[in-house]
Design a protein around this ligand. Sequence first.
Ligand code: GDP
Ligand code: MN
Length: 381
Amino acid sequence: MIFMNIHEYQAKEILRQHGIPVPPGEVATTPAEAERSARRLGGTVVVKAQVHAGGRGKAGGVQLASAPEQARAHAAKILGMRIKGLEVQKVLITPAEEIASESYVGVVVDRASQRPVFMVSREGGIDIEEVAARSPQAIRKLAVDTRYGLLPYQAFWLAATLYDDAAQQRACSKILLQLYRAFVESGASLAEINPLITTPAGEVKAIDAKINVDDNELFRRPDIAALRDSSAEPPAETAAREAGLTYIKLDGNIGAVVNGAGLAMATMDLIKYYGGEPANFLDIGGSSNPDKVVNALTIITSDPNVRTILFNIFGGITRCDDVANGIVEATRRIQMRVPLVIRLTGTNERQAVEILEQAGFSASTSMDEVVQRAVELASRA
Ligand code: GDP
Ligand code: MN
């Protein structure tokens, strides 16, 4: 992963710390706890699945409960439910708000402008991607100059596109300024409130929140890093992180084990060039440690889509014969159910090919040859 997901209740706590009006809430991991929380909060509550996925409402993961017993029943249904493949292990119990309108406000690091970009829309409550596809004119955008941050007049300009009422415009511009601080101070790549609601009494409040934290910001923010919930992350990504590998799962069927991010990109390009689809981005880094190879193979083969695995190793400081020994050792330790194709080039490549051939593998020093072979094997399987 290149960013860390946190839960709604954690994102709300960050927003709260920055002064944004957010209803209170309690986290429950059992139906009985959910009932107790609902009783403490009083009145109608919402039981909300805490998973790293959007669209929980549509999936049945957000339910109103008018009595504590009903909160218990909803929690019993929602806990254990799967939303976008992720199992719900926690629910948030929060007082139900009366909603007069739902808007979207968000700030995201934008590649094109290389700045944080605010996006706001009156069409809140639904996925912003959906709004962007259907009615892009309904989203107003503003790029922030990070030397100055979001300026008050800019916040007001954005707020004025969302609300006609002056008091709500003021409340919203304050929230946008606070959201920008929350975004910067938590090292986020995205911070969004969807929906930002108005109540019939005219208050403006955040009832859902999402923050993604840039991985590279975590080392200097131990308090934010501590928010990581590994049990809620895809197991392969947790395993990769713990093994010190850079791994991103993709949708194709050719697994690739590569050393160096540049070579990993070039390998993915070449797989595509020859008509294949990569199953992952994976960089094992500079070491030839068999443990790393075992970890990489275990992680890649845990993806049921993988039909073949391609090794592409450049031996600079890393010696190819070391990597070859690592591969032989690793494949002794784990049962391989898919074919391996191996390309090594650089320091001691001849010895490496020999080691691999003696162990019954086919290896080559040509990248084109091996990628074509991998594409062929994957399409055949
Ligand atoms: P998401 O589907 O994962 O984005 O979850 P949300 O927290 O955004 O909830 C989805 C929808 O449920 C919202 O857009 C609201 O329409 C509704 N909802 C959530 N909380 C409340 C609440 O307190 N009161 C009411 N009436 N509806 C709510
Ligand atoms: Mn939402």
